[in-house]
Design a protein around this ligand. Structure first.
Ligand code: SAH
Length: 247
C-alpha cells in the first residue's frame, strides 16, 4: 500500500466488526442502489459487495485510490472520481442509500451536500469525528448544520469507534450516525433555509430579537429574549415559515 495522505483525511477502517456493523445498519436489499463516499483502498467497499445490492457507486477524490478501487472486480461496482462535497448525488438515482467512513476534514461539507440532496437519499450512515457525530445527532451543543440535517432526517448515534481501529489511527475518537429521512420532510428553498440558519447561529450568545424582528418571534411563539441554542428543530422550522411570510 502506498502512503496515506493526511490532506485527504485518509484513515482506513480495518476492524471487520465495525465495517460489518456499518454495512449492516443500511439494511441493504437486492433492489438497492448504494453510494459509498470516500472508498479509500476498498475495505468498506468489499464488505458492501457481500450484500445482494443492485448497484454500488463509490465516490473517491484521490486518483490513486480511484485506481486501487477500480481493481475490485464486480459488475455492480462503479468508481467515480469526484468531490463528494459538491457532487450532484441525484444524478445517480432517485432512491440512494449513502454510506461512508468520511474524511474528517470535510465531513461536515459532505453531510451538508447530502442534506441538499435529501430528495434522493432516504438513508445515510456515516462515520465522522465523534464530536461532530454527537452534534449532528443533537447529543451536544447544536449548530446550524445539526438543525439543517435534523429538519429532514431522524438521526441517531449508533456507536463510538476508538482510534485503534484505523490505519493510521486518527487523533480523535470517531462516531457512526444513521440518518433516516422523515416521512414528510418539509419542502423548503434549501439555500434560503441554510442562509436563515447560519444567520441565526452567528453571534450565538446574542438574543434572537437582535437578529429577527420581534413581531416575527412573537408570532412564532418564541421569546424574543431567548438565544439560538434554546430553540428546538420544530421552533426553527416554524420561525422560518413565519419569517418567509412576513418578509
Ligand atoms: N472507506 C475507507 C477510507 C476512508 S478514509 C475505509 O474505511 O478504509 C476517507 C477517504 O475519503 C479517503 O480515501 C480519501 O481519499 C477520500 N476523500 C477525501 N476527500 C474526499 C472528497 N471530498 N470526496 C470523496 N472522497 C474523499
Amino acid at each position: 500500500m502506498g502512503r496515506l495522505k493526511k490532506s485527504y483525511g485518509q484513515h482506513l477502517l480495518v476492524s471487520r466488526g465495525v465495517l460489518e456493523k456499518i454495512a449492516g445498519s443500511l439494511d441493504i436489499q437486492d433492489k438497492d442502489v448504494v453510494v459509498e463516499i470516500g472508498g479509500g483502498t476498498g475495505n468498506l467497499t468489499r464488505v458492501l459487495l457481500e450484500y445482494p445490492l443492485r448497484k454500488l457507486y463509490v465516490l473517491e477524490l484521490d486518483p490513486e485510490m480511484v485506481e486501487k478501487l477500480s481493481t475490485i472486480e464486480d459488475d455492480r461496482l462503479e468508481v467515480i472520481r469526484a468531490d463528494a462535497g459538491r457532487f450532484d448525488l441525484c444524478s445517480l438515482g432517485e432512491e440512494l442509500k449513502l454510506v461512508g467512513n468520511l474524511p474528517y476534514n470535510v465531513g461536515s461539507l459532505i453531510v451538508e451536500n447530502v442534506v441538499f440532496h435529501h430528495n434522493c437519499v432516504p438513508v445515510g450512515v456515516f462515520m465522522l469525528q465523534k464530536e461532530v457525530a454527537l452534534k449532528l445527532t443533537l447529543k451536544s451543543e447544536t449548530g446550524w448544520l445539526a438543525v439543517f440535517l435534523n429538519t429532514f432526517y431522524e438521526t441517531s448515534y449508533l456507536m463510538s469507534v476508538p482510534p485503534r481501529f484505523f490505519v493510521p489511527p486518527p487523533k480523535v475518537d470517531s462516531g457512526v450516525i444513521r440518518c433516516v429521512r422523515k416521512e414528510a420532510p418539509p419542502e423548503l428553498d434549501m439555500k434560503r433555509y441554510k442562509g436563515f440558519l447560519t444567520k441565526l447561529f452567528a453571534d450565538r450568545r446574542k438574543m434572537l430579537k437582535k437578529k429577527i424582528p420581534e413581531r416575527v418571534l412573537l408570532k412564532s411563539g418564541i421569546d424574543p429574549r431567548a438565544r439560538v441554542e434554546e430553540l428546538s428543530v420544530e421552533d426553527f422550522l416554524r420561525l422560518y415559515n413565519v419569517y418567509q411570510e412576513e418578509r
